[in-house]
Design a binder for this molecule. Structure first.
Ligand SMILES: [Fe+2]
Length: 249
């Protein structure tokens, strides 16, 4: 496998230019420290960034909303849930998040497969491509499972829920890292591990939420997905360790 870490002409560190570093330090000392958001005792005019941030937070609206049910079945199911004291919008929001994440997961594995086709990954595992393809298919199955669960509740799986929106923003870096043609297989595995760890925690939470709101049948189906997600996470972690340790020695 192509090495990830090589010595080269990297000039980003301070040691590469002691004279400029000295000038930079003199300048930063003359400017004094930035007054951060933590220093709430400082007068407002002394912390413009914190002041501006606070103003934005005060004025901001929420990131979107959970759509009202668009079908009779959805309206009835929502009413029943409300009558039993549950707020169905919380479950629908988190289902929407999982749906978006699994769709993204399918794309991440496709990008990963494209990368592995161009590189020698035999040191990781002789079956890397078929394992990745299997995981990609499972992500797609999980997507279909969540889609079906949302429809069963009468919710609209094509709507972007607030948590789906925020999760998509948070995971943008993972997609960018894997899609970057310069990144190596271990670097992509590292990014993929970030996604899989978040995904695992997401399924655990969804199972608890479905159970606690009385959707036990749904929770049981999600438990199977969690078993598969655990395998994804463990495999990616193991490959990453193998790749990095092999390269170092
Ligand atoms: Fe996964």
């Amino acid at each position: 496998m192509e090495p990830t870490s090589q010595m080269g002409m990297n000039r980003t560190g301070a040691q590469m230019s002691p004279m400029d570093t000295e000038k930079m330090e003199r300048y930063s000392e003359s400017m004094g420290p930035d007054v951060g958001i933590d220093d709430m005792n400082a007068p407002a005019e002394a912390q413009p960034a914190a002041e501006l941030r606070a103003q934005y937070i005060d004025e901001a609206h929420l990131v979107g909303s959970v759509p009202l049910p668009g079908t009779v079945k959805g309206a009835m199911s929502t009413t029943m849930d409300k009558l039993t004291g549950n707020r169905p919008e919380v479950l629908i929001d988190k289902l929407g998040e999982r749906l978006a994440f699994e769709r993204q997961g399918t794309r991440l594995y496709e990008l990963m497969m494209a990368k592995c086709r161009e590189m020698d990954t035999s040191a990781l595992d002789p079956d890397v491509l078929s394992t990745l393809s299997h995981f990609r298919d499972e992500e797609a199955e999980h997507f279909a499972l969540v889609d079906e669960s949302m429809r069963a509740l009468g919710a609209d799986p094509t709507a972007m829920t607030p948590c789906a929106d925020v999760a998509a923003v948070a995971s943008m870096g993972v997609l960018q890292a894997i899609a970057d043609p310069r990144t190596t297989v271990p670097q992509c595995l590292n990014a993929l591990l970030t996604a899989e760890m978040t995904d695992n925690a997401g399924w655990e939470l969804l199972i608890k939420l479905a159970d606690s709101t009385g959707h036990t049948e749904m929770a049981d189906k999600f438990r199977q997905a969690l078993i598969e997600e655990n395998e994804h996470m463990a495999t990616i972690k193991q490959w990453l360790e193998r790749a990095v340790v092999t390269e170092a020695s």
